[in-house]
Design a binder for this molecule. Structure first.
Ligand code: HEC
Ligand code: HEC
Length: 210
């Protein structure tokens, strides 16, 4: 709840919400490990604020360790619940695929290896530095996601498609070896990102947190 109040105070200050401003407190509490149902956001009447709330919901996935561990703002991935350095030490190398002798694909295959606890999915490699999320705010991630110079030249439609169907993204819900999956399902997450785009792809205020 506190985060929603923050959203009101930051996201709304530009808009001077009147008495019919959205009643954030009517958004249901998110259940652990779940994303809020899409229709919950329809209670927020202001389209721009609804868009911001949808992005904050999506950022519960973006910042989840299953995603953020591979979107670091440095040369090495993280592991476990986030913040723990990858063991053994590896670096991204010139093409985000590791260095000679320590390529990502040398250990990570196109599927999880349960016994060895090595996670895997097709084309396993590190997200480029321009797509780093660790250490950033939801607003900063929102802005860089929309920026073709930093998002791999994607349109908003391609961004929706990537989130809804990409296999590295999908691994976040099938991480193997007892790792906690990202909240919700990839399909539900894809619908939240699509609804964010459909409502104008607005970014939340700098202070807003999910
Ligand atoms: C020498 C083998 C090896 C190499 C090379 C390697 N990894 Fe890993 N990686 C592992 C193992 C083993 C784990 C599982 C650690 C654990 O959870 O116990 C892992 C875990 C990870 C995780 C954590 C997943 C999570 O959310 O917990 C990420 C992300 C990752 N590796 C990315 C990479 C990337 C990107 C590269 C190339 C730059 C790479 N790895 C190179 C063996 C390797
Ligand atoms: C194994 C590493 C890895 C994991 C895990 C991973 N990603 Fe990525 N991600 C990448 C790479 C590599 C790219 C760049 C690929 C491209 O541009 O096609 C990328 C790009 C993206 C992009 C494109 C745009 C941008 O600006 O960042 C989005 C969105 C994205 N990932 C979402 C996610 C989400 C959501 C999850 C978790 C559910 C996730 N990723 C987990 C490696 C990963």
């Amino acid at each position: 709840m506190a985060s929603l109040l923050v959203l009101v105070s930051t996201g709304a200050c530009r808009r001077q919400p009147s008495s019919e401003s959205p009643r954030w407190e009517t958004l249901p509490q998110a259940e652990a490990g779940q994303l809020r149902p899409l229709d919950a956001f329809e209670r927020i009447e202001d389209r721009g604020l609804r868009s911001q709330a949808l992005f904050l919901e999506a950022s519960r996935v973006f910042f989840h360790p299953r995603c953020a561990n591979c979107h670091p703002d440095g040369d090495s991935p993280f592991q476990d619940s986030g913040g723990q350095p990858h063991s053994p030490p590896v670096t991204r190398g010139p093409e985000d695929r590791g260095v000679v002798g320590m390529e990502c694909a040398g250990c990570h295959q196109d599927h999880n290896l349960e016994l060895a606890r090595v996670p895997g999915a097709p084309n396993w490699h590190l997200a480029p530095r321009t797509m780093a999320w660790v250490g950033k705010t939801p607003r900063q991630v929102c802005e860089q996601l929309k920026d073709p110079a930093r998002n791999g030249g994607k349109t908003l439609a391609q961004l929706v498609e990537h989130n809804a169907h990409d296999e590295l993204v999908g691994w976040g819900w099938n991480p193997g070896a007892g790792r906690e999956p990202a909240p919700g399902t990839q399909a539900h997450f894809g619908r939240i990102v699509a609804a964010w785009v459909a409502t104008g792809a607005e970014c939340p205020g700098e202070e807003a947190r999910p």
